[in-house]
Each structure stands twice: as structure tokens, then as C-alpha cells.
Design a protein. Sequence first.
Length: 379
Amino acid sequence: MSKRNFILAIITVGLMTGCTSTKKITSSSTTASLKDVYKNDFLIGAALSSQQIEEKEPNAAELVPKEFNAITPENIMKAEIIHPEWDRYNFDLADKIAAYGKKYNMKVNGHTLIWHSQLPAFVRNMKDADSVRQFFTDHITTVASRYDGKITSWDVVNEALEEDGSMRKSIFLTKLGDDYVTEAFRLAQKAAPNTELFYNDYNIEQPKKRAGAISIIKKIQAAGVRIDGVGIQGHWHVGRVPFKDIEESILEYSALGIKVAFTELDIEVLPRNFQGADISQRVASNPELNPYTNGLPDSVQQQLAMDYENLFKLFLKHKDKIDRVTFWGVNDGQSWLNGWPVRGRTNYPLLFDRQFKPKPAYYRVIGLKTKPSEDRKPF
Ligand code: G3I
């Protein structure tokens, strides 16, 4: 073989090897990415576990900066972790997520300042209103000011509503009264003048709870306090995504002059007879409630893909009103839905599977931006 032919042969083998590897369906070999194809529409985010924030999961360490331009800590900014004792804060992991955002040029959403759940023991046991107020003020002021200018937004108050739209009977409502949500935003506005402030909740696309959220937002605005957006969490069920309620919500919330974000998106595929994400609701384990331990049947996989495609079609229709769409986790193996409301299930709610490979739903979501509609596979 001449030297020229030898070089050509090497190049040909190299190209063929390259072609084979691009055909392998792994996250790293897909050319398009979620954040790139949606870059002119809205941010695409993911909630990160502490392992992922510390880049200790090699697959996630590679996939997250490629696919997402926004991140939310799944747990580590919650009061229980960031403020474990009266006079002690633990900013180690929270500082790391701020640094992660800076390193990869991603928007960081702080989750969350005031939430009735995952409170430290010293707060859960408080009896007098003064102590609750002192915790409330110190906590918001200390945490929000530390990250002002380092993160993009805060879920200032999380899940303050009951399903009927009335205020949740939390420790904050009972000790501080009805105005505590407005007060939280007032404190956050003072401590974090450069950070966007959101109210975040689940099921607030549903009419009754939506009315409750609208009244909270109007109350904050009427007090002359800043609120920049509302976070609709988006914990939905395969085949039952409430598209009409979601569209009405996008229109009604944005009519209040605020941004709309979908902050905790996942689509549950396992049996459950109630909606939402109230973590105090638990159901006993039972094999019938865990039917897909050996893999997701194709019919469900296709329905999941269709639900995600239709959801992103709706998001694109209203992209001028939507700021960010964040998935609650990176891949199926990490999802909280493997452990709630039934422990130890095998769930499949996200766009990446347990091996971090993109699922059919991922290709449907990407395809909305990259393929003309007539080229998309019919369901
Ligand atoms: O870190 C401890 C560990 O030290 C301990 O050994 C272990 C034993 O159970 O628990 C670990 O804490 C768990 C924590 O996640 C971190 O993994 C808690 O038990 C577990 O309850 C907690 O669940 C989180 C849940 O919020 C509880 O608040 C989920 O990961 C998280 O995805 C979920 O996120 C919430 C949003 O913040 C608000 N909206 C609803 C959403 C889903 O519930």
C-alpha cells in the first residue's frame, strides 16, 4: 500500500468509527441538545442532587452542562440542610451549586427560602410566635443576601396553599398569620435586590388552587412588594396531563405582569390515585403498584413521548410568557418518584433513562425544534 493510500485508509477507518459512535444513542453522541435547540425560547433546567453538584457522577457531569442551561438544587438549599441550628448555617453545598452555575454559565434557581417541609428540628419544635418570626427573618435575610448576584432567582415561598386554594395550615400561617407570604417577599427583596423572586407550588394550574395563587400574587403586588414570577411545579401523570388548565394558567398568571416558569417537571408513569406532590402522603408498597420493574412497555413509552411533545408544543406556543422549564432530576434513576408515594418503585418520569441515554420523549422534544412537522413520526 502506498503511503497516500495508507493515510486514506486510516482516515476512512477513523470516519467510519466516528459514524458508528454517533449512531450509538448516548447523551454525549447526540448532536443537538435541549438547551441549544430551545435557546431562543426559554431556559431548560434540571434539579441536581448533591452528588451531581459535586460532579461525582461522571455521566451527569458530562450530560448536565451539555443539555441544560439552568439548575436547581433538589435539596441542599432547603432550611434543614443550609440552616441546621439556630446560630449555624452550612453553606458548603450551596456555595458549590453557585460555583457550578458560574463555571458552566448556567442560571441557578435557589430552592427554597420558606417551606413548611424539611425544616430543621429547632424550628419544627418551636412553640412561640416570636421565635418563628426571628427564624423567618434571619433565615431569609442571611441566605438570600449571601447569594444575591450569585444566583438568578429564588423560590421565596414554596407550597403555601391547600388544594382548595386556601392557605396551608403551616407553622408559618399559624404563628405569623396570613401576611407571612408578603413578608417573605419583602425580606427577600431587601436582602436580594438583584435576584428574581418567585412563588412556587404544585397543582396551581388547577382552577381552585390557581385562584389561591393569584390572590397571593395580587396581595404581594398590592403591598408594593416585588414578585417576578410564578413557578408551576408540573408533577403530572402519563395520559392525564391537564393541557387546558396549563394553558389557562400561563395566560392568567402572565396577565398579572409576571414570568411563568415550569419548575419541577416530571411525568409519572406508575399507578397513583391522587395528584400533586404532598410529601406527607404515603401509600403502602404493593407489587401491583410497581408493574414495570423489568422495563417500560412500548405503549407507555410512546404515550410518555407524546405527552412530552404536546407539552413542549404548548410551551412553544406561549414562549413569550415562559421563562424556564426545569425537569425535577436528570435521569429516571435519580427521580424522587422512585421513592414516593410508594417506596422502592421503578419509575420512568424524565427524558433520560437509568443509563443516561435519551428516551423517545427526548427525541420528540428535540424534534419539535429540529424537524419539520411532516417529518415527525406519527404516534
Ligand atoms: O439526606 C438524608 C440522609 O442523610 C438520610 O440518611 C436519608 C434517610 O431517609 O434521607 C436523606 O434525606 C432525604 C432527602 O430527600 C435527600 O435525599 C429525605 O429522606 C427525603 O425525604 C428527601 O426527599 C426530597 C423531598 O423533596 C422531601 O422534601 C426529594 O429528594 C425532593 O425531590 C423533593 O422535592 C420536592 C420539592 O422540594 C418541592 N416540591 C415537591 C418536590 C417533590 O416532593
